[in-house]
Each structure stands twice: as C-alpha cells, then as structure tokens.
Design a protein around this ligand. Structure first.
Ligand code: MN
Length: 486
C-alpha cells in the first residue's frame, strides 16, 4: 500500500476532521526507519504497519492511534528509539509505541514462564491505555495472516499463544469478530488433524445451509416489510470454524444439532424494531421453546447485546436468527474499539459513557487494582479465569506466588510444577490450611502446601489421576528407576 492509497482510504473513513499531516509524517518516518527491511513474505517491511493502521482506521480510532500503529515497530525493528519518536511526535504517541514494543520485548526459554509474563504485561498495558492493546491485537492479527512464511516451530508457538492469550483477550474486550479471525487463523496450525477432520465434516452441510438461508432471507424480508419494518441489512453468517469445533465436541460431534452453523442476522434501526422484528418472525415461523435469548435486556458480561431466537423454517429446518441495531452490531464486532470511535475531531463522549463502556472500565480498573491490592487476588483471578483463560486455574504457593495450571490439576501436578524433587517426595498436602488427599482437584485461588518426606519415591498410582504431562513424565521416570534398582 502506498501513501496515496492510505490517505485516500483514511479520507473515505474520517472525512475532514482528521489530522492527516500527523499520519503523513508518521508514514514518512516509518518508511525511512524500515528502509531496506523486508517481511519474511518478501514484502517491504512498511506494508505491515500500514496494514495494521488500516484495520484500526476501520474502527475510526483517533489520529494518535493510527500514527502509533504506523510507527509501532520503529523502536524495536529500526535504529531509531523511543526518544526519537517522542521528539518528533510527542509523548502520547511515544507512549503508545513503547507500550506495544514492551509487550513483546521479553524472551523466555520456558514456555510457561513466558506465558505468565505475557499475561502480566498485557494486564498492565490494558490498565494503562486500552489503545496499546488494540494496536497489539491487530498487529497479531496481521502477523497471523502472514504466518505461513515463518518456520514451523515459530508458527506453532505464535499460533498457540494466539489461541491462549490474544483470542480470549479480544473476546473479553467484546471484539467477537477479531476473536473469531484470530482463532480461525491459529486453528489449522495448533490442531492440524482436528482442523482437517472438521473441514471434511462441515463442507457439505455448510454449503447446504448457506443455500437454504439464501432462500430464506427474501422471505424474512417480505414478512418484516408487511409489518412496516425496513431492516438496513439481512444477511447470513457462517459460524467460525474454531468455535464450531468446540461446540461440536459438546454435541457428540453431531453437526445436525448445531443450529447456528449458518445464522440469519437482521440489522434494524431501533431497539423497538428489534422486538417488533422478533414478533413478526415468530408470527410466521414458530420459535423453538427455550431458545429465545434476550441479550438486550440482559447483555452478556462482555457487553454483547442482541436478540437470538431459533425458529422452525420452511421444510421443517431449524435456523438461528439474530436481531440487533447497527450500534449493537458494531459493538459486537468491534467491542471496546467501538467506544473509542473518533468523530467530529474527538472521541464521542456519549459513546464512551454508555453502559457497556463503563463496564469495560470497571473491569480494567479491577485489573489495575489487582497490582496494588493483592489480598483480593482470589476474586480477581476467578474473573480472570472465567473470562480469560477458561481452561486454566490459578493457585498460590504458601509464599503467595501465583501458579497457573490446567483445570482439573491435582496437588501432585502442582508439586511437579514447583520442582521435580517436591513432586517426587510428596507425602501429603494442605489446601487452604486443611489436610487433603493428593488426588484432590485443585480449585481457583486455592493455597497449596505440599508436605514432603526426604528420600520418598513417587507412587505409580499417581499416574491414574495426574493431569499434566510434566507430572506424568517425572513419575514414569522415577518409577522406572526404582524398578531397575531392585
Ligand atoms: Mn508489528
């Protein structure tokens, strides 16, 4: 993308009220900084920050964010420093660029350590300025889109981190569209066999449902216009592959029971019209009992609002229908970014003061308070687990260190996570100060103290209940040694 093309696109998005000279200067400086640098794809390096800036512009973010996106790799990938950026562009943009740079500057050899450190940094950045995270998410999205040029090991590591950290983060910020894209890009790399299996399962049913839905849409349009409703859009949307795969596992891999493989989305102007459209649709196609969800009256915890219903369509086929306003739709796709949309030369006040946004702020404040107020870590970590890392739990050592282990882990898993000697010599455990059995399932925020006895050997029976591969490996190795020494 050239500078002219970028300016054209920005003009079509922002109109007059935008600091174009700032973006131009950022472009010139970034191009100079990345001169003679190339992406692994062979493209000029500048193509990457420009792609990131363009995606952010689609959310109408403010000029400082767009400029920072163009400059986001300058401090790390070029001879220029944060100070150079600050001199040229001021402290706000330098701060944003530094925030993005900091998020990837640490390199750990141990994957678990890197994971924990990344999470910690992400949390801090989030609390400082949400725009750092928005740039970082889109940076990751573009890196995922161009990941095929990297070596397989790097692809695996980056894709796994995308599924474990970035996609849940996007989800938590209400950015459903970005979450789905990140997961679908990482899916074939992290779970290649499962991905292949899914695509084989899905191809035909997906085509059939799309064809069916495309016949249904004009019918719905007709029903709505009879009631005087003129939706701004009615379209079909296919479920993202990765979330479909997860859902399929819950339904015994029976694709027939997935009613939202393809859903119909109706976008109307007002909340009243949402309910009117729901009523009109039900008047023609009976709803399935218990399947009407009113996320307008009761929004999801990430701010998602919409009406969902599942109806019996023509030929007795089951279809999910989602009804929402344009504003709800933008929020569902862009989440928190939608509240940072920039118009009339400033970030719209009303938008930032909406309920969803104050909820976002409350959540971010919670994260920030966590660092100064560690006594409440249990509750904080509980919410972190629920929303952030569904399959991980956080437990404490007696010294108050936080250990992040998979759900279902036992004290033995915990012990081996701390040190192999602790695992090998474990004879008992206290959970929250009370004696418990070594096969107990640990819960979030438990304080775990392993009792050891010198020169004890691991019990092979532990293999029946441990969850982590690290524990399994150690137990197997130690019991093998014990056998040969007899
Ligand atoms: Mn980058």
């Amino acid at each position: 993308m050239t500078q002219e093309l970028l300016m054209q696109k920005l003009k079509s998005i922002y109109g007059h009220n935008f600091d174009y000279s700032l973006v131009k200067n950022a472009y010139t400086f970034a191009q100079e900084s990345h001169r003679d640098q190339f992406r692994k794809s062979g493209h000029d390096y500048i193509s990457h920050p420009l792609a990131v800036a363009m995606r952010l512009a689609e959310w109408r973010l403010d000029p400082a964010t767009i400029a920072a996106a163009i400059l986001h790799d300058v401090a790390e990938e070029s001879p220029y420093t944060k100070e150079d950026i600050e001199k040229k562009f001021g402290s706000e943009i330098a701060f944003l660029v530094e925030g993005v740079t900091k998020l990837k500057s640490l390199r750990y050899t141990d994957a678990a350590e890197r994971h924990a450190e990344n999470v910690r940094k992400m949390v801090l950045a989030l609390a400082e300025d949400i725009r750092v995270i928005l740039i970082k998410l889109i940076d990751r999205l573009h890196n995922m889109e161009t990941i095929s040029f990297l070596k397989p090991e790097a692809q695996k590591r980056i894709a796994r981190e995308t599924i474990e950290i970035y996609a849940p983060l996007a989800n938590r910020l209400g950015m459903g569209d970005i979450k789905g894209q990140l997961e679908d890009l990482a899916f074939p790399i992290v779970f290649p066999e499962e991905y292949l299996w899914l695509t084989e399962q899905v191809k035909e049913p997906l085509e059939a449902r799309l064809a069916y839905t495309n016949l249904l849409i004009p019918k719905i349009s007709e029903i709505l216009s009879r009631e005087g409703l003129a939706p701004s859009s009615i379209h079909a949307r296919a479920k993202h592959y990765y979330s479909l795969w997860h859902k399929l596992r819950k339904y015994d891999n029976n694709i027939e029971s997935i009613h939202d493989l393809v859903a119909v989305r109706i976008i109307v102007q007002t909340i009243e019209q949402c309910y009117a459209a729901l009523g009109a649709t039900h008047g023609e196609f009976p709803p399935l009992p218990g399947r009407i969800k009113d996320y307008i009256a009761l929004p999801k915890s990430n701010g998602y609002r919409s009406l969902h219903t599942t109806i019996l369509g023509p030929e007795g086929k089951i279809v999910e229908i989602q009804i929402r306003t344009k504003e709800m739709h933008d929020e569902a796709e862009g989440g928190i970014a939608a509240h940072w949309a920039y118009s009339e030369g400033k970030i719209s006040k009303e938008k930032r003061n909406t309920l969803a946004h104050s909820r976002d702020l409350a959540w971010i404040k919670q994260l920030r308070d966590w660092h100064s107020n560690f006594q409440d870590a249990g509750e904080f970590l509980e919410s972190l687990k629920l929303d952030f890392f569904k399959d991980r739990i956080f437990v404490f050592t007696p010294k108050g260190e936080v250990i992040d282990i998979p759900q279902g882990a036992t004290p033995i898993d915990f012990a081996y996570h701390i040190h192999s000697d602790i695992g090998d010599q474990a004879v008992g455990v206290k959970i929250n100060g009370k004696i418990a059995t070594l096969d107990s399932e640990l819960k979030n925020a438990d304080m775990v103290e392993i009792l050891i006895q010198k020169n004890k050997k691991p019990n092979p029976k532990w293999l029946d209940f441990v969850r982590t591969s690290i524990a399994k490996k150690h137990i197997q190795a130690a019991t093998k040694k014990a056998k040969t020494s007899f």
